[in-house]
Design a protein. Structure first.
Length: 201
């Protein structure tokens, strides 16, 4: 089976770390900014998608400026395997409880999130986290949290009582950064979804 192609949204934020991690796992990585990066004449150009951390309000604004928001929304709702980390979780959420002025989201996961729920960057922390996929070493940096999750949402991880990892259909949203610690657990799951290996296992 050929290596899957993963599009990493490259408008702002931590793109390179995801690229290095995915390439180390054997994936082909392409930057995604505009609709033609995502959609070609024969359909989707990518087998999976990563929405990286960064500033969620800035990424949201640039998505709308480039006209990439609607194609992304349609692709994720259509079943494109997707991993959103930190700001990527905020982008996936149906509701952002404390948005910046004018901020929206893709609205593809039935969750409500609160930005920067664990404090400022000075309160960043690296820790071992128990998740539904297995133990993971991750970093929390100005991380959001999921305040409510709908009935179709699987909770993947908690930090104390706070929900910090969720999955709905083929979309996974996590409040933390595995790419900064070299943790491959979530990216391996993304690639398994892209190749159908998780369904065949």
């Amino acid at each position: 089976m050929s290596a899957p192609t993963v599009g990493v949204l490259a408008l702002q934020g931590g793109v390179r770390e995801h690229q290095f991690l995915l390439e180390g796992l054997g994936a082909r990585v392409v930057p995604l900014r505009t609709p033609p990066d995502l959609l070609g004449p024969d359909g989707l150009r990518v087998d999976a998608l990563v929405l990286p951390g960064g500033e969620s309000s800035t990424i949201d604004r640039l998505l709308r400026l480039f006209g990439t928001d609607e194609p992304l929304r349609d692709a994720i709702r259509g079943g494109l395997p997707t991993l959103g980390t930190c700001a990527g979780l905020v982008l996936l959420a149906r509701t952002v409880l404390d948005p910046a002025p004018g901020q929206g989201s893709l609205g593809v996961m039935d969750v409500a999130v609160r930005r920067n729920a664990f404090g400022p960057q000075l309160d960043s922390a690296e820790m071992d986290l128990t998740t539904a996929l297995g133990p993971a070493r991750v970093a929390f940096i100005r991380a959001p949290r999921v305040e409510t999750a709908g009935p179709g949402v699987e909770v993947l991880a908690r930090r104390g009582d706070a929900i910090v990892g969720v999955r709905q259909a083929t979309a996974t949203g996590i409040a933390f950064h595995p790419e900064l610690t070299g943790e491959t657990l979530f990216h391996r799951r993304l690639l398994a979804d892209a190749t159908g290996a998780s369904q065949a296992a």
